[in-house]
Design a protein around this ligand. Structure first.
Ligand SMILES: Cc1cc2nc3c(=O)[nH]c(=O)nc-3n(C[C@H](O)[C@H](O)[C@H](O)COP(=O)(O)OP(=O)(O)OC[C@H]3O[C@@H](n4cnc5c(N)ncnc54)[C@H](O)[C@@H]3O)c2cc1C
Length: 356
C-alpha cells in the first residue's frame, strides 16, 4: 500500500510520519525541495494534541515549552484582564518552533525506507491512477486549482506579524493575549529568555511593530527582536474535502485566523480521525481505499466548519466592540469567564476541539 502526499509543509510531514508508523509506504511529492519555515514562526499545540503526537507520531517532548496559564486582556477595558485559563498542576498547551519540528520530522522520514521524497516539476503530469490514494496539502498544485477551488472564503484584509523577543531571564510559563483596538496581540513564551509575538493588525495605517509591543508589554525587559515576518489572514473552508481518490488536507482544507492558535491543532485532530478510520478498516480486514476519504469528510466537515466559524466569531466579537466604541462586550466576557463551568468548557474546546 503506497500513499502519495503532495506538498512538503508541516502537515504533509506530520501525516507522512503517522502513516509510515502504520507500515504504509508514502511518497512525498513537491515542486520545491528546499522549503523552509522562518525561524520566527511558532505553534501552540494543545495538551491532548501533544499527547497524541508523542504517542502516535514522534516524541517531541524535548522541543516543547510548556504553558500552564493563559491570560486575556482588553484594551477597551483599560487593559484589564478579562479572562484566564489554567489547568491546576498541569500544562494547558505547549509552544514549539515550526522549523525545529519540521527538521525533526524531515530527518526521521529521510531515514525511513518506507518514505520517499520526490521532486515533481508539475503535478499536472500526476495521474490519479498512479496512486490508489493521493493526499494534497499543496496550495499551489494544479490539482488544487482543478478539484479544490470551491471554497467558503473570507479575506480579513489584515496580516499577522510575528517575531521573537529576547529578554531578561524570568519564569516564563504564562501566555497572554491583548485584544487591542487594532487587533489581537499575543505573547507566547518559548523559554525563560525568549517569547514569540503574534500581532494580527487590522488597521489601515502604517504601524511600528516595536512600538505596539512596548505599549502592551508588561512582563519583559526586552533585549532584542528577531526579524518581523508577515502572513496574510483568511478564513477558508473547502466545500468538498475529496474528489474520488484525492483528499485535500491541512491549511488547504481549512484555514483560520491565528488568534486562537488552532490551525495546526485542527489538522492534528484530522490526522487523529484518519488514523482511527485506518485502524478500524485494518481491524475488520478491509481494503484501505478512497472510502477512507468519504468517511473522513462525513465525520469532520461539519465539526471543522463550526469550529473555524467559532474562531471567526471571537475575532468579529472584539472587532465589533471596537467599532461601536463601547466596552460592554469585554465586560460580558469578564463576567462569563468567572463562571467555573463556562471557563472549563472553553478550556476543553481549545484542547480537544468540538465534542459533537
Ligand atoms: C501567524 C500564525 C500563527 C499561527 N499560530 C498557530 C498556533 O499557535 N497553533 C496552531 O495550531 N496553528 C497556528 N497557525 C496555523 C499553522 O501555522 C498552520 O495551520 C499550519 O502551518 C498549516 O500547515 P500546512 O502544512 O497545511 O501549510 P503550510 O505550512 O502553509 O504549507 C502548505 C504547502 O504549501 C507549500 N508552501 C507553503 N509556503 C511555501 C513557501 N514559502 N515556499 C514553498 N512552498 C511553500 C508547501 O509545499 C506546503 O506543503 C498559525 C498560523 C499563522 C499564520
Amino acid at each position: 500500500m503506497k500513499v502519495c502526499i503532495l506538498g512538503n509543509g508541516l502537515i504533509s510531514l506530520t501525516l507522512a510520519k503517522t502513516l509510515v508508523n502504520q507500515g504504509i509506504y508514502v511518497d512525498i511529492l513537491s515542486s520545491k525541495n528546499n522549503f523552509k519555515y522562518k525561524k520566527n514562526q511558532t505553534l501552540g499545540i494543545s495538551k491532548s494534541n501533544v499527547d497524541f503526537f508523542n504517542k502516535n507520531i514522534i516524541n517531541i517532548k524535548n522541543l516543547l515549552w510548556d504553558i500552564n496559564k493563559i491570560e486575556i486582556y482588553s484594551e477597551n477595558l483599560n487593559n484589564e484582564k478579562i479572562l484566564d485559563f489554567k489547568n491546576y498542576n498541569e500544562k494547558l498547551f505547549s509552544i514549539i518552533k515550526n522549523h525545529e519540528l519540521y527538521d525533526l520530522l524531515s530527518l526521521s522520514l529521510k531515514k525511513n525506507r518506507k518514505c520517499n521524497f520526490k521532486k515533481i516539476l508539475n503535478s499536472k503530469n500526476l495521474l490519479r491512477r498512479d496512486y490508489k490514494l493521493i493526499i494534497n496539502t499543496d496550495l499551489f498544485s494544479p490539482l488544487t486549482k482543478k478539484f479544490f477551488h470551491r471554497r467558503i472564503k473570507k479575506n480579513y484584509k489584515s496580516s499577522a506579524y510575528t517575531s521573537i523577543i529576547r529578554h531578561k531571564k524570568l519564569e516564563n510559563n504564562i501566555a497572554s493575549q491583548i485584544f487591542t483596538a487594532t487587533g489581537p496581540l499575543a505573547f507566547l513564551p518559548i523559554s525563560n529568555t525568549e517569547t514569540s509575538i503574534v500581532y494580527s493588525y487590522n488597521g489601515r495605517d502604517e504601524f511600528n511593530f516595536k512600538k505596539i509591543v512596548n505599549r502592551f508589554n508588561k512582563s519583559y525587559e526586552i533585549l532584542s527582536y528577531k526579524k518581523v515576518s508577515s502572513f496574510e489572514l483568511q478564513l477558508v473552508n473547502l466545500r468538498s474535502y475529496h474528489y474520488k481518490n484525492i483528499l485535500a488536507f491541512g491549511d488547504l482544507l481549512h484555514k483560520i485566523h491565528p488568534l486562537a492558535g488552532q490551525g495546526f491543532n485542527m489538522s492534528l485532530r484530522d490526522i487523529n480521525e484518519i488514523l482511527r478510520i485506518i485502524n478500524l478498516k485494518k481491524k475488520n480486514g478491509l481494503d484501505l481505499d478512497s472510502s477512507i476519504f468519504k468517511e473522513f469528510e462525513d465525520r469532520m466537515k461539519h465539526k471543522n466548519f463550526i469550529f473555524s466559524n467559532c474562531v471567526d466569531f471571537i475575532y468579529e466579537y472584539f472587532n465589533f466592540e471596537n467599532n461601536i466604541k463601547n466596552n460592554i462586550l469585554s465586560k460580558a466576557v469578564k463576567y462569563l469567564g468567572k463562571n467555573y463551568t463556562i471557563n472549563k468548557y472553553f478550556t476543553k474546546i481549545a484542547d480537544s476541539g468540538l465534542i459533537i
